[in-house]
Design a protein around this ligand. Structure first.
Ligand SMILES: Cc1ncc(COP(=O)(O)O)c(C=O)c1O
Length: 404
């Protein structure tokens, strides 16, 4: 008789985006004339850049000719892509990362979930609250938590680090010692980030207590301010305590194309054991490589044209962020984020709950956002708007909210 991984039974249903979709569908069917503007889901809307499309077409043609056809990709990713990443994302920022420290994948969601495979079950996990839910759920699946406490909205056995307006959405070092710390900057959902000097404190702390940091830099391309690190390896000592996750989803619109990478430095050790070797073993065993076509498209993101075109896309989204941020602040709302990230985290007015504000906004002005409580208990009383809509609908949404 087989048995199941009972840890899965600890997970409450993830109702956030399906509840939003159901509420919007119900509203739309009752009000077929209403023009609903969706600033809820964190998915890009601009088409792939011309340089990326050109590379995709070229790679498709290569796959159609016997001389240039490619089968399985190398486990770690094609060298042409890994060397381009090492040069542009690291060496250009004064950070030396070898190409065999870079593992190409199909995206940061898979990597942030899969990385747990190489860690023991007894590790104590620390996450921010609010948080990108994948870090928590995948650790629950792996047995690194107790039961879900519906009253607190938290899992027992996980350290939650509140991120609130009072601490500028930067977690404080936890009272209880963690083994693995998940950090994500610029942050989803709060849209805020951490100055390099503050990040250095986390690196120093991890080195001091022997913890590992899993650093999710999926939104690195949105960093606009000078004192923000583009990679955790800009911090001294980080190669000895941090794994970095990166994605092509938000910098180049690959959400539907799928490409990312993880950096596991060779200096990263648990006793005598190299995490780089463990991850190479795991990656090579369970993953058969991102498609050649997609890796070719990824390399085109770093071409002169690709850089210019993707920068323009980011500028477009960040102009939306500015419109939301300044428009709502001007109307008297308390808003955060949107300077180094495509998310705006607004305080709900008059102490409304996140879901009440969702219903209110949909009913009154037909604008959809994401209730902050869906990201953790400290998200209650907040609401996330994204900058990924069109410039026109963003402007209209802000106008509608201002006129509430
Ligand atoms: C913080 C964070 N990490 C990772 C991801 C997933 O990235 P990918 O599309 O590369 O899987 C997202 C997507 O929204 C995210 O917000």
């Amino acid at each position: 008789m087989f048995s199941i991984n009972e840890n899965y039974l600890k997970l409450p249903g993830s109702y956030l985006f399906s509840t939003i979709a159901k509420k919007v569908a119900a509203y739309q069917s009752e009000n077929p004339e209403a023009k609903v503007i969706r600033l809820g889901i964190g998915d890009v809307t601009l088409p792939l850049a011309p340089a990326v499309i050109k590379a995709l077409h070229g790679a498709v043609d290569e796959m159609g000719a016997a001389e240039t056809f490619k089968g399985y990709a190398p486990d770690l990713g094609y060298e042409f892509l890994r060397s381009t990443i090492a040069e542009n994302d690291y060496r250009a920022r004064g950070v030396q990362i070898d190409i065999d420290e870079i593992f190409v994948s199909d995206g940061a969601k898979s990597d942030s979930g899969n990385i747990g495979d190489i860690f023991g079950q007894n590790n104590k996990i620390a996450v921010c609250d609010p948080v990108y839910p994948v870090y928590v759920d995948t650790n629950v699946m792996a047995g690194r938590s107790g039961l879900y406490d519906p009253d607190r909205g938290l899992f027992d056995g996980i350290i939650y680090m509140p991120c609130t307006a009072e601490n500028n959405f930067i977690p404080e070092l936890p009272a209880e010692k963690p083994d693995i710390i998940y950090l994500c900057f610029p942050n989803n959902p709060t849209g805020t980030t951490i100055p390099k000097a503050e990040l250095q404190k986390w690196v120093d702390y991890a080195l001091q207590i022997g913890a590992l940091i899993i650093y999710d830099a999926a939104y690195e391309a949105y960093i606009a301010e000078d004192d923000v690190a583009h990679t955790i390896y800009e911090c001294e000592g980080a190669k000895k305590c941090a794994i970095e996750l990166r994605s092509f989803s938000k910098n180049a619109g690959f959400t539907g194309t799928r490409l990312g990478f993880t950096v596991v430095p060779k200096d990263l050790k648990c006793g005598d054991v190299s995490l780089n070797s463990l991850w190479a073993r795991r990656h090579g065993t369970k993953f058969n490589g991102a498609p050649y076509i997609v890796q070719a498209a990824g390399a085109a993101v770093y071409s002169e044209e690709g850089k210019k075109q993707t920068k323009e896309q980011i500028a477009y989204y960040m102009n939306n962020a500015k419109v939301i941020r300044e428009g709502l602040a001007d109307a008297g709302f308390e808003v955060y984020g949107g300077v180094n990230a495509p998310y705006i985290w607004m305080k709900t007015p008059q102490g409304m709950s996140s879901w009440d504000f969702f219903d209110y906004l949909l009913g009154k002005v037909q604008v959809v956002g994401t209730p902050g409580s869906g990201f953790g208990p400290h998200g209650e009383g907040y609401f996330r708007l994204t900058a990924f809509g069109s410039a026109q609908s963003t402007l209209e949404a802000v106008g509608r909210i201002r006129n509430l």
